[in-house]
Design a protein around this ligand. Structure first.
Ligand code: KIV
Length: 290
């Protein structure tokens, strides 16, 4: 761990993220879900850590992001916040924690900041969410938007499909993005959107876009930790770049441990504790007398 780098690094702020957009410096965002992943992502100098509701699938084995609860999200947010000192921290609002009413959205978004130790929230949806976002940002809760493929609506969208593929659908996405910006979002995730459309939206907006499956024309990129590291077993979307196969490395290590235990190769004397001089003899004597 480069503690020196860590000590000189400053906390990422909204102002710096906005400056990155203006200076055409790509913003880096990655998910993390617990203390140990947050520690590594933070040490890797990521600008933003997202405690994504994707944790429902990659950490908890659920079939979609729909079932995860506020309490589960907050539990993971607190762990991430303990491990990250520099990245800007965003907590993903779970399905139905913000859609039913503005009041409920305010209450739950506040919990992400007060109990989850996050600095901002992310929520899915376009124009229908604008009033909610406006209410949140008005009371000082920074909001990241999320449009395009919105996984919480996977059933309504008939699956995990690319969005904005026709001129009309792409224009709808642009209107959504502008509405979110006007409502006060500090950035917007564009998921599974054709690259030229995502680039055009990014150019049109004053706030940064973060692409996932949206091409290189976004102001930054986001990936899921488990996808990047080869830790998720179920499926891999086309837009994922797997930078390591840690899952395989973990499996090999676990099998070696199992073999070593079965074959008596672990533990060795180097892993064991000895007794002070004379204690063993005395113990043997005491055993004989009892
Ligand atoms: O939940 C998540 O991880 C996300 C990212 C894919 C943007 O929403």
């Amino acid at each position: 761990m480069s503690t020196q780098t860590n000590s000189v690094r400053k906390k990422m702020t909204l102002q710096q993220l906005q400056a990155k957009k203006q200076q055409h410096m790509p913003i880096t965002m990655l998910t993390a879900y617990d203390y140990s992943s947050a520690l590594l992502v933070d040490q890797a100098d990521m600008d933003i850590i997202l405690v994504g509701d994707s944790l429902a699938m990659v950490m908890l084995g659920m079939d979609s992001t729909v079932p995860i609860t506020m309490e589960e999200m907050l539990h993971h947010c607190r762990a991430v916040a303990r491990g990250a000192n520099h990245a800007f921290l965003v907590g993903d609002m779970p399905f139905m924690s913000y859609q039913a009413s503005v009041g409920e959205a305010m209450h739950n978004a506040g919990r992400f900041l007060k109990e989850g130790n996050m600095e901002a929230v992310k929520l899915e949806g376009g124009r229908p969410m604008a009033a909610t976002i406006e209410a949140l940002t008005r009371v000082g809760i920074p909001v990241m938007g999320h449009i395009g493929l919105t996984p919480q609506s996977v059933t309504a969208l008939s699956g995990y499909k690319v969005q904005g593929k026709t001129a009309v659908a792409a224009h709808d996405l642009l209107l959504d993005a502008l509405a979110l910006q006007n409502a006060g979002c500090f950035s917007i995730v564009l998921e599974a959107v054709p690259a030229p459309i995502a680039a055009a939206i990014s150019d049109r907006l004053a706030i940064p876009t973060l692409g996932i499956g949206a091409g290189a024309g976004c102001d930054g990129q986001v990936l899921v930790y488990h996808d990047l590291l080869g830790l998720f077993d179920k499926f891999q979307p086309k837009f994922v770049q797997q930078y390591a196969n840690i899952g395989q490395q973990i499996l090999t290590a676990l099998q070696q441990y199992r073999d070593d235990v079965q074959q008596g190769a672990f533990p060795t004397a180097a892993h064991s504790y000895d007794l002070p001089e004379g204690e063993w003899e005395q113990f043997v004597k005491m055993m004989g007398e009892s």
